[in-house]
Design a protein around this ligand. Sequence first.
Ligand code: UDP
Ligand code: MG
Length: 322
Amino acid sequence: MQNLRKLISIVIPVFNEEGNIPLLYAELRGVLNSLWNKYDCEVIFINDGSSDASALAIKNITNQNKKVKYIEFSRNFGKEIATTAGLHFAKGDAVIMLDADLQHPPRLISQFIEKWEEGNEIVIGVRNSVRSQWLKKFGSALFYKIMNLIGDDTKIMPFATDFSLLDRKVVNEFNRFSERNRMTRGLINWLGFRRDFIYFDAPERAGGGAGYSNLKLIKLALSSFISHSLFPLKFAGYLGVLITLISGIIGFAILIGKYFLHNAFFSSFTNSAQLAILIIFLVGLILSCLGIIALYIGNIHSEVLNRPMFVVREKENIDGNF
Ligand code: UDP
Ligand code: MG
């Protein structure tokens, strides 16, 4: 019976959540106990360089329960890296990522598992209402708009959270990513796979302060744009081509109109106006050249990211020897 049960891993990144950890664990234990006859489970806390007593709070739990595991970072590396580490060490047939501040209600875990058993390889929690401050709300709406406009990958769903379940296949593929500046959601999106969504109301964080300051969020957004889109890089090139074309046409028209056709309208352009158009033309040329360099840098960029070239869902008879 024991080894027939599937293993569910719960990955929880923690940054200064000393007050929330006991509350979270109490709720989590209730949920996991109710799943006990069908699923075995492990809980992995990743302490992302907390400066409060989070470590103590987690060790209190690991001492009571061997299924609760603990990883401590040497310093704060950020949530994305913390979840990455959790996914790396998780052994489950499915891995669920959960915030420690109770904004991701543990009671929904059974719904995630149900969707997974229906054949979905990724189940993503989507917030119904965002009760955060208006600046964050506006910022996140803007982020998704831009990201979906300029992103090279598949679309990201607005209000999708990191509260999600990944099948073992997806986790194995995720573990092959080697890029350092990462957004877990963006990478999971990139991977493809069959997915479904669970809509939920996110409560206010239970206690403590949000670990992400506005500045940290802006930095995360910028680095996400850069790693999921080459548009900012190519923009100079597009602009350059446009400027060169327009100023080239105007300059050419003046040249012909003024000096060959002696047209009154074109003759009214002064010498300095002609010089200005020449300069604009040259600036356009320089920007176009920057655009060409951008194409090369773009190639280097995608090579350096070193993403897997493709992602396989299933294999049959592939490593079969005769
Ligand atoms: N977190 C982390 N490292 C950080 C910041 C946050 O591991 O540098 C954890 C935090 O403890 C929580 C989750 O990531 O479990 C989400 O953080 P937060 O609630 O601050 O983000 P928000 O809910 O505003 O997205
Ligand atoms: Mg939160």
